[in-house]
Design a protein around this ligand. Structure first.
Ligand SMILES: Nc1ncnc2c1ncn2[C@@H]1O[C@H](COP(=O)(O)OP(=O)(O)O)[C@@H](O)[C@H]1O
Ligand SMILES: O=P(O)(O)OC[C@H]1O[C@](O)(COP(=O)(O)O)[C@@H](O)[C@@H]1O
Ligand SMILES: [Mg+2]
Length: 343
């Protein structure tokens, strides 16, 4: 079998480990041939790919980013786009199937290619935000939480020195998992997530109660958080390649509001893409490697239109339709656990 691998959407640590896991499993167990499409779906619609052999994946488990590069190209657009053109391109090059490593957007596109055109696809979940349904965790999330936790620890010492309130903004467009986990790990005094709008009065109350106990308040906010009354997440950076608002900057809005409401000097830090860069944690390397191995096995079982997924400690399969049917939001009960420590 000849399998084409692609990585699409926002990158995250562990993508290379998936590629390595898949190539090693395929080459060692099945004598599989692999090619890597470059720049996500762009490589598919522009017929731009490179051979991937065992030598190409040497040492990749620990390497951040993706050797195949990524983009937010839509595979239904452009001259080579759409299922018929893509199938023709695959036939021309003897490619039997696509291993699609991506988030909810990329996987929705993969599902449509299978549903509408019978393109043989196997999905691998990728999301730094941990917003994909039907998988307990995805690789990259653990690494992002580690980085955000270290940032909180560092902000705490400088906050203490000056008696300031620190507001740390982390990623999370629709869901607040990175904020929740890093906030709990770092002992944040308030965690603000897209699933739970709050009023500035409530935030100020938490901050003041921390100050009254002689501590420097630490607030973690997900980029997609909305204050009561806001109808969309804060954005001042225009649109991304898929015409969605580029988020980021809510911390800069909140810090002066907190300062005005409490009189406590406040500073904002936006962690940004540091959360997505560099080497994956050991946990993410293992998870990504296992997903790569199982994705190859799924192809040999003909599980087209399915995605490999982590359920508990086992790697299982679900239909991509199920995985993209809804978002993995922070449940009320998980937020309630964290809230005990607010203020
Ligand atoms: N419903 C859709 N149909 C076809 N293509 C889509 C769809 N949703 C997203 N895509 C494509 O997949 C790309 C990647 O999605 P995006 O949400 O940016 O990343 P991720 O896969 O990480 O969620 C988008 O830029 C877009 O081109
Ligand atoms: O700066 P970029 O690469 O356009 O993306 C920023 C966005 O990508 C993410 O890191 C991940 O989003 P996707 O998984 O949809 O690609 C979001 O948290 C963030 O809003
Ligand atoms: Mg997405």
């Amino acid at each position: 079998m000849k399998i084409g691998i692609l990585t699409s959407g926002g990158d995250c640590p562990g993508l290379n480990a998936v590629i390595r896991g898949a190539v090693l499993q395929g080459v060692i167990e099945h004598d599989t041939e692999f090619v890597g499409f470059k720049w996500g779906w762009k490589g598919v619609v522009e017929e731009d790919f490179v051979p991937l052999v065992r030598h190409d994946v040497r040492g990749l488990a620990r390497q951040g980013g993706t050797i195949l590069h990524s983009s937010r190209t839509n595979p239904f657009e452009g001259e080579g786009g759409g299922p018929e053109n893509i199938q023709r391109m695959m036939d021309r090059n003897g490619i039997d199937a696509l291993m699609v490593i991506g988030g909810e957007g990329t996987l929705t596109a993969a599902r449509r290619l299978w549903d509408e055109g019978g393109i043989k696809v196997i999905g691998v979940p990728k999301t730094i935000d941990n917003d994909l349904a039907a998988t307990d965790y995805s690789f990259g999330f653990d690494t992002a939480v580690e980085i955000a936790t270290e940032a909180i620890d560092r902000l705490r010492t400088t906050a203490d020195s000056h008696g300031r309130c620190m507001v740390l903004e982390v990623m999370g467009r629709h869901v607040g998992w990175i904020a929740l986990h890093s906030g709990i790990a770092g002992g944040a005094h308030a965690i603000l997530i897209p699933e739970h709008p709050q009023s500035i009065e409530q935030i100020a109350e938490w901050v003041e109660s921390v100050r009254d106990r002689g501590r420097a308040p630490l607030v973690v906010v997900a980029e997609g958080f909305m204050l009561d009354g806001m109808t969309e997440a804060y954005s001042d950076k225009g649109l991304d390649a898929f015409n969605r608002p580029r988020l980021g900057g809510i911390a800069e809005q909140l810090a002066p509001m907190i300062e005005a409401a409490t009189g406590i000097e406040s500073r904002a830090t936006v962690l940004g893409h540091i959360q997505r860069g560099g080497a994956p944690t050991g946990y993410d390397r293992v998870l990504a490697t296992r997903l790569g191995i199982h994705a190859v096995e799924a192809a040999y079982d003909g599980a087209w239109g399915e995605m490999v997924t982590l359920r508990g400690t086992e790697i299982e399969r679900v239909s991509i339709a199920e995985a993209t049917g809804g978002l993995n939001v922070v449940p009320e009960s998980r937020y309630a656990e964290a809230k005990i420590f607010f203020g």
